[in-house]
Design a protein around this ligand. Structure first.
Ligand SMILES: NC(=O)c1ccc[n+]([C@@H]2O[C@H](COP(=O)([O-])OP(=O)(O)OC[C@H]3O[C@@H](n4cnc5c(N)ncnc54)[C@H](OP(=O)(O)O)[C@@H]3O)[C@@H](O)[C@H]2O)c1
Length: 351
């Protein structure tokens, strides 16, 4: 992995150069379960030591916890050497403080609540409050976060123009939208206002169909993609795929498990692993500028940084493509042409 130097002066109008691997900090906000302070310390230190220089966070992640924890841990490093993205759209207001935030997927006290606000004043306030929590005087990238889940029209008519103005004012070097909804991202790209999209789960080794139009729009408009959730919430994170593997954080459907096992077989035959393929796959598309992985521990960081550097034989990608074409054409039988010897059941038995 070669980390781009974010301090390198870019010519005016040139796209912000992103390193191929970024650190996703939703896990520092206790996504689904608590991440200890020691784990958070170790993960950020290991990321820095592995050469990772791009960190993504959001007010949403643990209602401010991720931004605070990330900022504290980055404080010791030279600011000009790394990039940070955060997000706008949800303001944080004082909450009851009597329960937890697990209904929103974060294991933190509910001492704040989220309120959608894509007005220009709301977007600017969100940005200012993020800087305060991060302890930084600037972020590099601002994404409108999940506009399809909130006031979508306000995000388009007020939020995105506000972000574009903020970029012109120098408050961010690039602006974009982060979402799992490829249609909303495609619409945002066509406004001509944004530089980047953070695309969650829709362009992965396992799943690309929903991204066809978006990829074309990115190329046409010169918009870059930050690919996230590239493990499809766990399904592709391990060498072998368990029967109870999750997809979109629920039990994965059996056909997805079978397809993931088919991909794991391809990886194994070529001397690599399923997660090696998963982390590198998105970067093969010219519009993809970075893959951001959610990492909770130093061990996960080190293994993921290693995966990014694994040499994948061209023949492995050819097999992946051949089987993908077969899946798309509904002709799963033709995957035999790719040399697949084990069925999904066979792969399971070999685990
Ligand atoms: N709408 C948006 O803008 C949006 C949406 C989604 C994500 N994001 C960003 O993208 C980041 C990554 O997304 P994500 O967390 O959904 O997906 P992900 O990167 O596909 O998956 C992260 C999970 O994979 C597991 N994992 C990671 N490295 C591993 C390893 N080496 N070995 C085994 N398991 C490993 C961890 O599970 P455990 O937690 O079980 O340890 C981790 O929480 C987020 O942190 C966030 O910054 C943005």
């Amino acid at each position: 992995m070669s980390a781009a130097d974010p301090s390198a002066a870019a010519p005016a109008g040139a796209p912000l150069e992103l390193p191929p691997l970024g650190f996703g900090a939703a896990q520092l906000g206790n996504l689904y379960r608590a991440t200890t302070d020691e784990e958070a310390d170790g993960a950020v230190r290991a990321a820095w030591d592995a050469g990772i220089r791009y960190f993504d966070t959001a007010p949403h992640y643990g209602i401010g916890t991720s931004e605070r924890r990330l900022g504290q841990r980055l404080a010791g490093y030279p600011r000009e050497e790394y990039l940070v993205s955060t997000k706008v759209g949800r303001l944080l207001l004082p909450g009851p403080g009597t329960g937890d935030d697990l209904a929103n997927a974060f294991a933190v006290p509910d001492d704040h609540v989220r309120e959608w606000d894509y007005s220009e004043a709301g977007v600017r306030r969100s940005h200012a409050e993020s800087l305060e929590r991060l302890g930084l005087d600037r972020v590099d990238i601002l994404f409108a976060h999940d506009p399809e889940e909130g006031p979508t029209e306000q995000a388009f008519t007020e939020g995105l123009p506000a972000l574009a103005r903020m970029r012109e004012e120098g408050l961010a070097r690039a602006v974009g939208v982060g979402s799992k909804d490829a249609d909303v991202l495609t619409r945002a790209i066509r406004t001509g206002l944004i530089d980047l999209v953070m695309l969650s789960g829709r362009y992965t080794l396992l799943e690309q169909d929903a991204a066809d139009e978006l990829l074309t729009a990115c190329v046409d408009h010169g918009v870059g993609i930050v690919a996230v959730s590239v493990f499809n919430s766990g399904l592709l994170a391990r060498h072998r795929v368990a029967d109870d593997a999750t997809y979109e954080y629920a039990q994965a459907p059996s056909e997805m498990i079978a397809r993931a096992r088919e991909l794991a077989d391809i990886a194994e035959r070529h001397g690599v692993t399923l997660p090696d393929l998963a982390v590198q796959f998105p970067l093969r598309h010219p519009a993809v500028r970075s893959v951001v992985l959610g990492m909770r521990t130093a061990e996960q960081v080190r293994s993921n940084a290693g995966r990014m550097g694994v040499e994948i034989p061209a023949a492995a990608w050819e097999d992946v493509q051949r089987t993908e074409d077969a899946v798309r054409s509904g002709d799963a039988g033709s995957t035999e042409g790719a040399g697949i010897t084990g069925s999904a059941e066979g792969a399971d038995g070999a685990r």
